[in-house]
Design a protein around this ligand. Structure first.
Ligand SMILES: Cc1cc2nc3c(=O)[nH]c(=O)nc-3n(C[C@H](O)[C@H](O)[C@H](O)COP(=O)(O)OP(=O)(O)OC[C@H]3O[C@@H](n4cnc5c(N)ncnc54)[C@H](O)[C@@H]3O)c2cc1C
Ligand code: FES
Length: 271
């Protein structure tokens, strides 16, 4: 985990399956032994239908690996993702990857994933690849019960799922970060030490990620953040995806597509 890929592949492949799983949410699968072999949780690929009116590919996290098959969970936002949703089984898409550095290794044995909406995508692959003795919980912030997806997929990997809805229509009501805070306070009450041995991982809207980074600072936790920044090339050359980081020099920027998309939360200058 956590290293820049040795090899990046550019392929044109037939889609195995492109299935709608909820309103605006789809899972697309492809057979690619080369990319599947080299991919780490937290890495992504650029996808673009072979027949497309958009110029640039769109970045999507690897959601699942099953042998030679890689799957991507995506949500329709604009033109690129809408075109992707219209691709039928057997039609071809261009894909290049795996890209970026994935999640870093950690010696901590309790992991909490904090996801907002489709930001849940990289955590299934991470749960798939987790060592056997890890205790995992997904705090999944969604708008309403129509978006309560993937519970079985995570539970099958021994990852507990706690849904938090903005309108209270499913699971706990409120913000996902409130549920995480409640859990951390509970942990502190039941243990002697002030240090909680938990690794946080977060992916979702920037404001949610910032709030999780603040929690990590407050509770002295390690926290890994996966960004879903806008991208151009995805290959490290256009500088269209930079984030401001603490790296010894004032105002230094790093590329989400190359040095990221996963960063330690305390490495980021949250603005
Ligand atoms: C490393 C990385 C991994 C990613 N992984 C995933 C993933 O696994 N699944 C997934 O669904 N998305 C993921 N994304 C986000 C995804 O790439 C964008 O949603 C996609 O590029 C949108 O393209 P589009 O052409 O459909 O929308 P555009 O035409 O580019 O945008 C249309 C409108 O939607 C808004 N919009 C676009 N993307 C987002 C977003 N992510 N959040 C909020 N508003 C947005 C724009 O502001 C604009 O108003 C990832 C991004 C990165 C950088
Ligand atoms: S998208 Fe071009 S440098 Fe990151």
């Amino acid at each position: 985990m956590g290293k820049i890929p040795d090899l990046i592949f550019y392929q044109t492949l037939p889609v195995l399956k492109n299935e709608k799983i909820a309103d605006k949410f789809f899972i697309l699968s492809l057979q690619t032994a080369e990319m599947a072999r080299g991919a780490f949780p937290g890495q992504f690929a650029m996808l673009k239908p072979e027949r497309s009116s958009v110029l640039l590919g769109r970045p999507y996290s690897v959601y699942k690996r099953e042998g030679d098959i890689l799957s991507f969970l995506y949500k329709i936002y604009g033109k690129g993702s809408r075109e992707l949703s219209r691709v039928k089984s057997g039609e071809k898409i261009n894909i290049w990857g795996p890209l970026g550095k994935g999640f870093q290794e950690t010696s901590l044995r309790e992991w909490a994933f904090v996801a907002g909406g489709v930001g849940v995508a990289p955590f299934l692959f991470l749960a798939q690849e987790a060592p056997k003795n890890i205790s995992m919980t997904l705090y999944f912030g969604i708008k309403n019960k129509d978006q309560a997806i993937l519970q079985k997929e995570f539970e099958d990997l021994n990852c507990k799922v706690i849904f938090v809805t903005e309108d209270g229509s499913y699971g706990e009501k409120g913000w996902v970060t409130d549920a995480v805070k409640k859990f951390l306070d509970q942990k502190l009450k039941t243990q002697n030490s002030k240090l909680i041995p938990i690794e946080l991982f977060t992916c979702g809207p920037r404001l949610m990620e910032k709030a999780v980074a603040q929690l990590a600072q407050e509770y002295h936790l390690r926290c890994q953040v996966a960004f879903e920044e806008y991208m151009g090339c995805g290959l490290g050359t256009c500088m269209g995806c930079v984030v401001k980081c603490h790296n010894g020099k004032e105002g230094q920027y790093e590329r989400v597509c190359r040095e990221g998309p996963v960063f330690m939360a305390d490495h980021i200058v949250w603005e």
